[in-house]
Unconditional design. Sequence first.
Length: 280
Amino acid sequence: MNSAAKTSWEEAVCWLRDQPEQQQLVLDAFYDDPLIAAAERYYGSPEWQEVSRLLSDKRGNALDVGAGRGIASYALARLGFKVTALEPDPSAIVGAAAIRRLSTESDLNIEVVEQFSEQLPFADTSFDVVFARAVLHHTRNLTNACREMHRVLKPGGLLIAAREHVITKDTDLPKFLALHPLHHLYGGENAFRLDCYLGALKEARFRSIEVLAPLKSPINLYPYTVDSIREELIAKCSRKVPFPTLIRAVTPRKLIEVILSVGTHFDNRPGRLYSFVAYK
């Protein structure tokens, strides 16, 4: 298949899955099959465990916006939510048909609605939770999408917008897009400045907005963790200094957490990941 023919998200993901050197990325993005195994792996991931902590006092109706293959819909249903998955792509691999298959195979009740997030087909105050994983940076109108998510939430409801690409300045966008492994195939990636996300959420009238920084939250760090970063650092140092026990002793987990926390203030990578926790 030549690059000009790769016009859909499904085709782009299928191309990625066929590249031997990209298999770790396929696993990290949960694009592998069988889908139910990928969904179970996401449910057990450090990323979802942190999301679960944020949801610990919530139950009821949950809307998974831009649900993709349905891995978050699956995870929400496993937590006991009554889940509606909003996904405009009908694909059997990366879209609505995949979610329906996952619902059947897992015996979890997930309602699937094939619509876009900028005009949600739901009544006001329908949901206790809106979850949007890597969705806002894809929206055609960021402010409208945030307004719609606010509208369908019940008073006191929670929005988690996870893993959103951020750029420092608008001129960084081409750099990010050039590095993205799939953008050159389907042209659907994007990123906004941090103030654009916050402005849209505030304009939508969310009353409380918590910003989760790239190097501090497990949601944004995934597929890395503090422990995996520590182990990689120890391994690299051990190849140069023949005292691995000493290196491990002087590299406690807390030190890595401090380094990451400080590093957040200097992190200007185009497309770095932020997450947002907002209440109505």
